[in-house]
Design a protein around this ligand. Structure first.
Ligand SMILES: [Mg+2]
Length: 228
């Protein structure tokens, strides 16, 4: 059995800034400011890191930030419930046919490794027309301080769910940023990079993913790579 761990933003969906909007609204409501959020580069970063960076920039201490994280996460989820369905989120090219095909394969276990927190990730997918229930497990931006720790957490959850062992040998991380490739490397998983997000193929190539795709449009070819 293969564990396929998909990133969300730029890989499965395009969110057109809706994630940034709910975070800005939540931080502003709680702290009166969202810090330097307008110029902050979120690509590849997990929510824990983004929130920590933004609040550190406005002078909060590490302890203050840690104490407030549950409130930030709860307010983000609350805002996402109304903001995401009203946004123009869309599935990335080829994603729907690929997921439909993967669902026909009993050997494929679908999961998420994403910087989104666990409460907003399924809302994002649903808003883009992707059924979140297809993904049987996930590791999220609220589970660890860095993305590099997430694939191992997902493998442990996959084992708890199926009773089968998962290691880098039978796990593939699919993502659109250098950070996705690096987190695959950190867990010895196979890295499949897709240039459907913010990063061009030639940029991703520098990080030497095992496979590099322009997009997920070629279902047959992508299946071959993911299930090889
Ligand atoms: Mg991404």
């Amino acid at each position: 059995m293969k564990l396929l761990l998909f990133d969300i933003d730029g890989t499965l969906i395009r969110s057109h800034g809706a994630g940034r909007e709910i975070l800005a609204a939540a931080l502003t409501e709680l702290f009166g400011t969202a810090g330097p959020i307008d110029s902050y580069k979120m690509s590849g970063k997990i929510d824990y890191r983004i929130i920590t960076d933004l609040l550190t920039a406005v002078g909060l201490t590490h302890d203050e930030i840690e104490a407030n994280l549950p409130n930030v996460y709860a307010l983000m989820a609350e805002k996402a419930h109304t903001a995401f369905p009203a946004s123009d989120m869309t599935a990335c090219p080829g994603v729907q046919p690929l997921l439909a095909a993967l669902n026909q394969h009993e050997d494929a276990l679908l999961g998420l490794v994403t910087g989104n927190i666990s409460s907003t990730a399924p809302l994002k997918l649903a808003a883009a027309g992707i059924d979140p229930a297809q993904f049987k497990l996930g590791a999220y931006g609220s589970d660890a301080p860095t993305r590099n720790q997430l694939p191992i957490i997902a493998m442990q959850r996959a084992r708890a769910l199926t009773g089968r062992p998962f290691t880098g040998q039978n796990t593939i991380v699919i993502g659109d940023t250098p950070a996705d490739i690096l987190c695959a490397r950190a867990s010895k998983a196979t890295a499949v990079a897709v240039a459907s997000g913010w990063h061009a193929a030639h940029t991703l190539a520098r990080y030497q993913p095992d496979h590099l795709l322009e997009n997920l449009n070629d279902t047959a070819k992508t299946l071959e790579i993911l299930l090889a």
